[in-house]
Write a protein that binds this ligand. Structure first.
Ligand code: ZN
Length: 273
């Protein structure tokens, strides 16, 4: 599932390329991806996109008439930026042709992505949007600590709950907790402010570093081959490999279809008093 660094890379890649281009035609081979109605897509013809923003795991494409194209790629949504003559790969769900001969395509192997075209002021009408917590990258340390202090439960669940803070998923929660040396099942209520401050700094450094790494990869390789770029991660999906900090084999724990990875030595569950 694409997370903040993946979506930032898509945004940084597409924004300068879309600048000044006008939509010439659209096509929706998988019409139900467009939740506000596939016919909506045609109304983009003749329009241009302005800025692209990211909010949690959503990308927001600003349209020149005040509307907004809101996209949540969910598990397997990929963006492609290709010449219109290029062969289609994967399960192409949406195509937008521009006046310079390029196409922005969206493929989605599991067809679970969600597109919405709404008036800018109706952003809150997009499902999940109203309940969405603040984007985690928009918070300063004090705001982050104050928000998490109000929550109970295991810290990994708190961190990935989009109603608490938006943008962190399974992969980056493992990375951030490893960096902060906090066990994923540690109860938030057993963590003091120092733990939460350490968690905030681990979150910033992990995500800022990852945004840079993924950006560089995507700028050189282009979009479309993947929906997520994970080669730089240190513990996520590395069960059995040595922990880069202490050498202990990374632990993998499968729960309801998603894997949690951590180091039992660096991330103790019980901290001696
Ligand atoms: Zn370790």
């Amino acid at each position: 599932m694409p997370e903040i660094p993946d979506l930032e890379a898509v945004r940084h890649y597409l924004m300068p390329r879309l600048e000044g281009l006008t939509v010439e035609r659209t096509e929706a081979p998988v019409p139900w991806l467009i939740r506000t109605g596939a016919k909506d897509l045609d109304s983009l013809v003749g329009h241009q996109f302005g800025e692209i923003h990211r909010l949690g795991k959503f990308l927001l494409f600003f349209v020149d008439d005040g509307r907004m194209l809101v996209i949540n790629p969910m598990l397997t949504g990929r963006f492609h930026w290709v010449d219109a003559s290029a062969k289609r790969v994967g399960l192409t769900g949406v195509v937008m042709g521009f006046d310079d001969g390029h196409e922005m395509r969206y493929s989605d192997q599991r067809r679970m992505g969600r597109w919405y075209l709404v008036a800018g002021e109706d952003l809150a009408s997009v499902p999940q949007m109203e309940k969405l917590g603040p984007d985690v990258m928009s918070l300063d340390e004090d705001e982050f600590v104050a928000l998490l202090r109000k929550r109970s439960g295991q810290i990994k669940n708190v961190l990935t709950n989009q109603e608490v803070v938006a943008g962190i998923g399974n992969a980056y929660s493992d990375e951030i907790l490893w960096e902060a040396q906090l066990h994923p099942h540690r109860k938030r209520s057993t963590m003091d402010d120092d733990d939460l401050r350490r968690l905030y700094r681990a979150m910033r450094s992990t995500l800022e570093w990852s945004i840079q790494v993924v950006d560089e990869t995507v700028q050189s390789e282009g979009l479309g081959k993947k929906e997520e770029w994970r080669q730089h991660l240190r513990v996520h999906r590395r069960a059995g490999e040595p922990c880069p900090r202490c050498g202990e084999p990374v632990k993998g724990q499968e729960r309801s279809g998603s894997e949690t990875n951590y180091c039992v030595r660096c991330q103790p569950l019980f901290v001696p008093a």
